[in-house]
Design a protein around this ligand. Structure first.
Ligand code: NAD
Ligand code: KPL
Length: 317
């Protein structure tokens, strides 16, 4: 493994990137930004985590068969330093609580990038820090933790960033460009997040309930179609017609293209990790209820998944 101390293109005069949530995605962003010479600072939970991190001497990024160590600066939630630019890379169920812990550190012109899957957590964070600019992101990149402070870049993908308030693209997008973080500015990020949520709702819970890879859902095409039909109607009623277009075709295309893969929720359950169910089927069911839309299949799947998680002794929210 090679240890990196200086990219040779130091851009340390730029605004620091604070990263809240040094897990898979947070580490993937942190290491690539650091590699490009940007000033990155990890925000860890407490002194014990900071001590463990210092012992590891940095974050390791594994790409293919190459591992590189990046001695990125780190601090705890309780550090006093002001935050101007913050990537929130916690799970959806942790994001609001984590941001609440650092809200007093946000500078008046602070910008947050919320990298959570599903919907609901982003709106909760934005409501918590109304003075800050909250940008939402949707990612198809794949990463997992091979160990503490060691992240594997497992799947090339793309990131879409956008402002739900329709503001202009921020100037720091070119820092993502320089860092090799594949991205684009999305004028309708909510549509993109809704579309991903619908895909996840149509695929992920069924793979958990039927204990199968994505391709196994070909045997349950009727249920998938029934879910797509309800999700499409939900997207329409929630003023997301673009996200609703050809949903069923896209879901079947993804099932085919990822037939051999296990969905992220399947993997969470298999590894006895908490799922993001409340921000996927939970959010969709609540939105349907609020709109007075009847979505019996979606509710049934959500109930079955909740019961299944309880049965396994896992959190069901
Ligand atoms: P992760 O569990 O690997 O990382 C989350 C990190 O946040 C953990 O290290 C956790 O300790 C930390 N954290 C939680 N609360 C904290 C707090 N109060 N203070 C400090 N740190 C705190 O999760 P992930 O896989 O990186 O996923 C993050 C988000 O990105 C999720 O919404 C996920 O669905 C989404 N996502 C992940 C992937 C992927 O391949 N991993 C791909 C696309 C989207
Ligand atoms: O994003 C996914 C996931 O596994 O979470 C896909 C592959 C689209 C399945 O819903």
């Amino acid at each position: 493994m090679s240890a990196q101390t200086d990219s040779g293109t130091s851009r340390l005069a730029s605004t620091p990137w604070h990263i809240l949530g040094a897990g898979s995605m947070g580490s993937l962003w942190a290491t690539r930004l650091a590699r490009a010479g940007y000033d990155v600072r990890l925000i860890l939970r407490d002194e014990a985590r900071l001590h463990a991190y210092k012992t590891a001497q940095g974050l390791t990024l594994v790409e293919g068969n190459k591992a590189t160590l990046w001695p990125i600066a780190a601090q705890t939630l309780d550090t006093a330093e002001p935050i101007i630019r913050l990537l929130v890379a916690c799970k959806a169920y942790d994001a609001e609580h984590a941001v609440a812990r650092i809200a007093h550190r946000l500078s008046p012109d602070a910008q947050l990038i919320l990298l959570q899957n599903g919907l609901g957590s982003q709106q909760a964070v934005a409501a918590l820090v109304p003075q800050a600019r909250c940008l939402f992101a949707s990612s198809t990149e794949g990463a997992f933790r091979e160990g503490d402070w060691r992240v594997v870049f497992a799947g090339q993908g793309h990131n879409w960033l956008g402002d739900p308030q329709q503001g202009a693209a921020p100037s720091w997008l070119d820092e993502l460009q320089h860092s090799g973080i594949s991205h684009e500015w999305s004028p309708n990020i909510l549509s993109r997040l809704w579309r991903k949520l619908a895909l996840n709702c149509a695929i992920n819970p069924l793979t958990v309930l039927h204990q199968c890879r994505n391709g196994g859902l070909k045997a349950h095409a009727h249920t998938v179609d029934a879910l797509c039909s309800e999700l499409g109607a939900l997207l329409e009623i929630c003023a997301q017609p673009e996200a609703a277009a050809n949903l069923s075709t896209e879901v079947h295309r993804v099932i085919d293209a990822t037939a051999n893969n296990y969905a992220s929720m399947y993997q969470d359950v298999a590894q006895r990790r908490r799922t993001e169910i409340s921000y996927l089927t939970g959010y969709a069911c609540q939105a349907a209820q609020r709109s007075g839309l009847d979505t019996p299949h979606l509710h049934a799947i959500h109930q079955q998944l909740t019961a299944h998680l309880k049965h396994l002794g896992l959190p069901s929210h």
